[in-house]
Write a protein that binds this ligand. Structure first.
Ligand code: BGC
Length: 764
């Protein structure tokens, strides 16, 4: 755990030069706009510890799988979000030396991420080995208003020096991925051009053939001698100036990434040139103003205000900021990578994280189409999910969605996860349910949802088998959400969500049949749905499914044999042995009773309405003390359940673990990138946990409490055409309806009508 980020309500601030923490800061201070993003690398050369990262959403490379022991069914490739051309680079030569902070004596350094307006600012004062002292300021952003573009304003002031100074802004496509399996480079050059005020490189990914033209245009405040510099995959323009002591020199760099995902490959260079011209003419200040306006718009819909705790305020805004930088919902081919644009780890962009954790955030804070696009992403990949299931021996239109993917193809290759962590299929069905419950968009079910649900239900009906011994259906050889157990039989969560999926598919089939008979028939024909026989099979399985349960303890058993394990509690583990995944052998972890993340409790979170509060409490009391929360996705679910059980102090404790996970590098791994998907969990902890928000029968309900550490907190919720601000304070709950449509919400179990553009107070 680190504690070097300074508290501020709207900014993330790092003060002082800390090269040993640089990779962590590069992750934390990352920028993105949904279509592209980058780590907070320096513009000028840096020979210190750094992970360079520029990413273009949806552009990936299928890196050939590397495993010790090949198993049939493994995907051949692991699709990776790849490091793309670096457009931020500006080389600085001063006093005959390449300016490089790693080689300088740095007397001041500050990095600041302005979350309100969406930019990164860095200032420094440093002395080169030759004794030249300079001051620098770099301000840059990835434009939210125009998501193919970005800009940098880079100012350098020689403090004690007059003489030659060369600035070389460049675009460099000669980049590598740290996680490349065979040390390959993933890009080939297609073409490039170099001008006196800019240039571009057009690159093509090997195998996948994505082309991206990355270009720059720049202006410099002082004239100088201009030379074009070129090498493979690189264009730069050097400007040799005569610097004068004390006089700032400013370079403004406009950049764009134009991808063949959106234009024909042979049009990229023309689109790029036009884009660069347009933003160059618009100018830096105007672009920055548009950036601030775009962020203001976002914050208006999704800000959470916490009074009385600056660290908590900074934490929650950071999470919301990063989620908005990662996914904007503009494009249904894109998804939310666990690391977003902040690092390479985890490769592919899509995990069950999206459906299980991110959907609630986008449902409440963004337009309906944003979540709809997340669902459509999976709908469009249904064919591949069916192929994926076929590869593993399933048939008749059964679908198994991949554990990790970019384009629908499975990209994960550890058998115990790829083949066995099948519960992910359930989260995809659950997201459809969640979306329809929230939005009321039943049409989605007829148009797309039911087709996915049938394919998923078919998978489950084939994944179980009848046990003669038990005279029940069982599900063997699975990995539940708790990845510290592999290849277990009858994971309670997986059996539960499997049955729920089959049940939900049948209910939706009935609904669509009644409301939209023609569509229903067309779908039945398309997917050869034998509704009589298939639903009979689903019903039979649901009725005779085996759910592990311990009578003595009166709790669900995470899986068969869980009680054979030595029962030790996390509180009795020596601190020096944590985190287990860094201190223990994998074998020891697998044999232990310790739980990585919510498993039985994930099921109780999803399906809370099916269980009474005593059942939830008993299971929570049993499992939480055995849970090490070594997945960033764990504390949030526990926060919501603890809040529901009235354990406010624990709920707050869990919230703290998720809220500043990256800012304080809680798990010692932020240098690989931020935990973007778990950030949605932080939001859940506040809104569903402290706010007690639920949606039932088309109505929002709140059951809030105020953590004792806070004066108040408030959040925004968009719901079916209304926008609400809910403020929970010492005096009670204030509901402001910021829309022109009245709404009835339930507060502490009592219905309250809130008129359009009006507010209401419910006293504590
Ligand atoms: C978690 C998974 C999650 C993945 C990506 C793993 O550590 O156990 O549940 O999908 O990280 O966030």
């Amino acid at each position: 755990m680190k504690n070097y980020i300074q508290a501020d309500e709207w900014k993330i601030i790092e003060e002082g030069f800390k090269p040993e923490l640089n990779k962590i800061s590069e992750s934390i201070f990352s920028l993105g706009n949904g279509r592209m993003g980058q780590r907070a690398n320096f513009e000028e050369a840096y020979s210190g510890d750094t992970l360079q990262g520029n990413y273009v959403a949806g552009v990936y490379y299928p890196d050939k799988t590397r495993v010790g022991w090949w198993k049939n069914g493994y995907p051949e490739y692991f699709a990776k979000v790849i490091n793309a051309a670096n457009w931020i680079g500006i080389d600085v030569m001063i006093g005959g030396e390449q300016f490089d902070l790693a080689k300088c004596e740095v007397s001041s350094f500050r990095r600041e991420l302005n979350m309100k307006e969406g930019y990164l600012k860095r200032t420094f004062r440093a002395k080169t080995t030759g004794g030249v002292e300079v001051e620098g300021e770099a301000l840059r952003f990835c434009s939210i208003a125009d998501d193919e573009t970005g800009a940098i304003k880079y100012t350098i002031t020689p403090v004690n020096y007059s003489g030659p100074l060369t600035l070389t802004p460049y675009v460099d496509g000669d980049v590598v991925n740290k996680d490349s399996n065979y040390d390959e480079k993933f890009w080939d050059e297609v073409e490039k051009e170099n001008w006196t005020d800019g240039g571009y490189v057009q690159m093509r990914t090997k195998k996948t053939g994505f082309e991206v033209a990355t270009g720059q245009r720049f202006t410099v405040s002082h004239g100088g001698e201009v030379k074009c510099v070129e090498r493979e995959k690189y264009v730069g323009t050097s400007v040799e100036l005569n610097a004068v002591e004390g006089q700032p020199i400013t370079l403004i760099k406009y950049a764009a990434n134009i991808s063949s995902q959106n234009y024909p490959a042979d049009a990229l260079s023309e689109v790029l040139k036009t884009t660069l011209k347009t933003i160059g003419e618009k100018g830096f200040d105007q672009m920055l103003a548009e950036q601030a306006a775009a962020w203001e718009q976002k914050w208006r819909h999704n800000d959470i205000i916490i009074e009385g705790d600056v660290a908590a305020q900074q934490g929650i805004r950071f999470n919301i900021f990063q989620l908005n930088q990662t996914y904007t919902g503009e494009d249904d081919r894109l998804n939310i990578g666990p690391k977003g644009f902040t690092g390479e780890k985890y490769g592919g962009s899509t995990y069950w994280d999206t459906e299980a954790y991110c959907v609630p955030f986008y449902l409440a804070t963004a337009e309906q189409k944003v979540t709809r696009n997340l669902l459509l992403y999976r709908y469009k990949q249904l064919g591949k999910a069916i192929e994926n299931a076929q590869l593993l021996g399933f048939k008749d239109g059964a679908a198994l969605y991949p554990m990790v993917t970019m384009d629908g193809t499975e990209s994960h290759n550890e058998w115990e996860i790829t083949f066995e962590e099948v519960h992910r299929n359930g989260a995809i069905a659950y997201a459809i349910f969640n979306y329809v419950r929230y939005t009321g968009d039943a049409q989605y079910l007829a148009d797309y949802g039911l087709e996915v649900l049938i394919a998923i239900a078919r998978f489950w009906s084939q994944r179980v088998n009848w046990s003669d011994e038990r005279q029940q259906y069982v599900m063997l050889g699975v990995t539940g959400p708790n990845e510290y157990e592999n290849n277990v039989n009858n994971n309670w969560y997986t059996n539960t969500i499997a049955c729920w999926c089959m049940q939900y598919a049948m209910e939706v089939a009935e609904q669509v049949k009644a409301e939209n008979p023609q569509k229903y028939q067309a779908l039945v024909d398309k997917v050869h749905f034998d509704d009589g026989n298939e639903t009979a099979k689903f019903r039979e399985i649901i009725g005779k499914m085996y759910f592990p349960y311990n009578e003595k303890l009166d709790v669900f058993m995470q899986q068969d044999g869980y009680m054979d394990k030595e029962q030790i509690l996390v509180k009795d583990l020596p601190a020096a042995e944590r985190p287990l995944n860094q201190k223990w052998s994998w074998d020891r972890i697998l044999r232990s009773c310790f739980i990585k993340q919510a498993d039985v409790l994930q099921g109780l979170y999803f399906f809370e309405d099916q269980y009474d509060i005593h059942t939830i409490r008993r299971n929570y009391d049993f499992y939480e003390p055995r849970t090490v929360h070594e997945s960033s996705l764990s504390p949030c679910v526990h926060a919501v359940i603890a809040a529901k059980l009235g354990d406010e102090a624990r709920a707050y404790e869990f919230y703290l673990r998720t809220s500043r996970l990256d800012l304080d590098d809680y798990n010692n791994d932020t240098e690989d990138g931020c935990h973007i998907t778990s950030m949605a969990g932080t939001w859940m902890a506040v809104v569903q946990g402290f706010g007690g928000m639920r949606v039932k029968d088309g109505k929002l309900s709140f059951n809030p409490f105020l953590p004792v550490q806070w004066q108040s907190f408030s959040f925004h919720i968009g719901f079916r055409g209304t926008l609400l601000n809910i403020k929970v304070g010492k005096e009670g709950v204030q509901i402001r309806n910021l829309s022109g449509k009245e709404i009835t919400v339930s507060i502490y179990g009592k219905d309250q009508l809130v008129d359009a553009n009006n507010e209401l107070m419910v006293e504590a």
